[in-house]
Design a protein around this ligand. Sequence first.
Ligand code: FES
Length: 236
Amino acid sequence: MDRRCFVKACTVGAGLIAGGGAGLAVAGDTSAHRRQRVRLVGADGTPLRAAQLAAGAQYVFHYPFAATPCFLLDLGRPLAGRNGLATEDGRRYDWPGGVGPRRSIVAYSAICAHMMAHPTRVVSYISYRTPRSEDDPETGVISCCAENSVYDPAAGAQVLSGPAPQPLAAIVLDYDAGRDELHATGTLGGDMFQRFFTEFAVRLSLENPSRDERGPLPDDVRALPLETFSANVVLC
Ligand code: FES
């Protein structure tokens, strides 16, 4: 399937799902939403150990809903927060930076802020490109090959180039240093979840007819390497 067909296929079948997706606004930051707290575990169901993630590691997990994919990345270096990010509708927010023993771990919604390309079991047109060198602009970024939006995962996933109108939504992570475990606790920024469920309602219902796509998640959510989750990772 070529890029254009992929985008078209993903946008076919718009449905009418209303409501849902709301979280509890965090005091002092109108863009952060506390959501269900879940622990991130590996394919075998045991907790992911933050200290054991390799630099450049790229995982897919689903949060805050069973159908909405996210990236978990270890960028391999301490990541300071970034102030003054803005959503498409002009809301300002601050991204808190990396977590974990090296403050190098970040998570973002993997739903592109342009036309919502996202990893599926069949294909992913969006992925993190491991850095080849410091002056290589094609790497060290999250690239969406559908229409070439590029995001900086070290800076709150702000848009570096392309048609995306806002950063990828950030996933708020809580690091339990005593257990070396990671929890997802909320979202930050301009999320696409309502549009995602509207645009892909038919496909989601065909893929999982009995699943409540917006019901509660289990306490433990599996995070799989992108190459395991998606059969075909498209690079550009
Ligand atoms: S869907 Fe268009 S750039 Fe990602």
